[in-house]
Ligand binder design. Structure first.
Ligand code: FAD
Ligand code: NAP
Length: 272
C-alpha cells in the first residue's frame, strides 16, 4: 500500500508538489485515467510529460507521464497502463479521489509545436498509451491555428484499448471551448492488430505503406512539403516508423532544431 502524503508533517521531494486525486476511471484491466489538482504555478506546453509518483514504503517512486490535459485546463489528466509487476503502477492503479500523489515541477518533451516547422496537415501517430500526449495536442487551440487538418491515429491490440481515445474525441466535438474550432478538421483513425473490432486491421506502419491510411482518411500520401508528424509508441514502433519517415524525405526535429517530424517513447525500453 502507498503512503498517505496529505499529512501536515510530510515534506515532498524538492522537485515535486503534493496534489490531490479528483477522479479515476478504469477503462480495461490494464488501462485507467485519472485527474488531479493543478498547482497555480504549473505551466506546460501541449504534448509534454512530467514525473508522477507515490511514496511507497517511505520512498518516492516517480515515473514519466504525458499530460493529457490541454494547457487551458484547471486540472491535470493522465492516462496510465497497469504494468504487470510494475513498481509504480501496481500501487497507482488503486488511487481514489482524495488521495495524494506527487507531481514533478518541470514538464518537458519533444512532441510540441515548437519542435515542428509550419505545415498544412498534422499527423499524430500513436500506439497503446502513446495516445496520451496527443489527448493534449488535439484539445489545444494552437493546433488548429497552425494546421488545416489534424489526423490522430491510434492502434492497439484490441478494440477495448481504443475506448479512452474514442470518448475523448467525441467529447472534443461537443466541447463549448474547442468544439467549433475543431469541427471536421480533426480526423480520428483507429485500428487493431489482435481482434476484429475495428474496420481497419493492422499495424500503422503497414497501413501507411499499403495506402490504407490515406484511403480511409481521404488524405494524400505523406509528403514532407505539407505534412508534419508527431509519433509516440514503443521502441519497436518508433524505430520502424522513423525509418519510414526518413525514407520518405522527412527530417527529425527537436526543440533546438525544429523540423518535419518528432518522436517520443510511450514507455522506456531499449532505445531507438
Ligand atoms: P516499469 O518498471 O516502469 O515498467 C515495467 C514494464 O511495463 C516496462 O518494462 C514495459 O515493458 C511496460 N510498460 C511500462 N509503461 C508502459 C506503457 N505506458 N505502455 C505499455 N507498456 C508499458 N506510461 C503511461 O501509462 N502513460 C503515460 O502517459 C506515459 N508517458 C510516458 C512518457 C515518457 C517520456 C516515458 C519515458 C514513459 C512514459 N510512460 C507512460 C511509462 C511510465 O513512465 C512507466 O513506465 C509506467 O507508469 C509503468 O511504471 P511501473 O513502475 O509500474 O513499471
Ligand atoms: P505494444 O506492445 O507496443 O502494442 C501496441 C500496438 O503497437 C499494437 O497494436 C502492436 O501491434 C503495435 N506495434 C508493436 N510493434 C510495432 C511496430 N514495430 N510497428 C508498428 N506497430 C507496432 O503495447 P501494449 O499492447 O500496450 O503492450 C505493452 C506491453 O505490455 C508489452 O510489453 C506487452 O508484452 C505487454 N502486454 C500487453 C498486453 C495487451 O493486451 N495490451 C497483454 C499482455 C502483455 P502487434 O499486436 O502487431 O504487436
Amino acid at each position: 500500500m502507498f503512503d498517505n502524503i496529505l499529512l501536515d508533517d510530510f515534506t515532498p521531494p524538492k522537485t515535486t508538489t503534493v496534489e490531490r486525486v479528483l477522479s479515476v476511471k478504469h477503462w480495461t484491466d490494464t488501462l485507467f485515467s485519472f485527474r488531479i489538482t493543478r498547482p497555480q504555478a504549473f505551466r506546460f506546453r501541449a504534448g509534454e510529460f512530467v514525473m508522477i509518483g507515490l511514496m511507497i514504503a517511505g520512498k518516492p517512486v516517480l515515473r514519466a507521464y504525458s499530460i493529457c490535459s490541454p494547457t487551458w485546463d484547471e486540472e491535470l489528466e493522465f492516462y496510465s497502463i497497469k504494468a504487470p509487476g510494475g513498481q509504480l503502477t501496481t500501487e497507482l492503479q488503486h488511487i481514489q479521489p482524495g488521495d495524494g500523489v506527487l507531481l514533478g515541477k518541470k514538464p518537458t518533451g519533444t512532441l510540441v509545436h515548437d519542435a515542428l516547422v509550419p505545415g498544412e496537415h498534422l499527423y499524430l501517430v500513436s500506439t497503446g498509451t502513446g495516445l496520451a500526449p496527443f489527448a493534449s495536442v488535439i484539445r489545444e487551440p494552437e493546433t488548429y491555428d497552425k494546421f488545416k487538418t489534424v489526423i490522430l491515429t491510434h492502434t492497439c491490440r484490441t478494440g477495448a484499448e481504443l475506448e479512452y481515445g474514442k470518448e475523448l474525441v467525441a467529447a472534443i466535438r461537443n466541447d463549448p471551448l474547442v468544439g467549433e474550432l475543431v469541427g471536421d478538421r480533426l480526423i480520428h483513425f483507429t485500428s487493431t492488430t489482435r481482434d476484429d473490432s475495428e474496420t481497419q486491421r493492422g499495424r500503422i506502419t503497414d497501413l501507411i505503406a499499403n495506402g490504407e491510411l490515406a484511403e480511409a482518411t481521404g488524405m494524400p500520401a505523406l509528403d514532407p512539403a505539407t505534412d508534419r508528424v508527431m509519433i509516440c509508441g514503443s521502441d519497436a514502433m518508433l524505430r520502424d516508423l522513423k525509418a519510414m519517415m526518413i525514407e520518405r524525405g522527412f527530417t527529425e526535429g527537436s526543440n533546438a532544431a525544429p523540423a518535419q517530424f518528432v518522436i517520443e517513447k510511450a514507455f522506456a525500453g531499449e532505445g531507438v
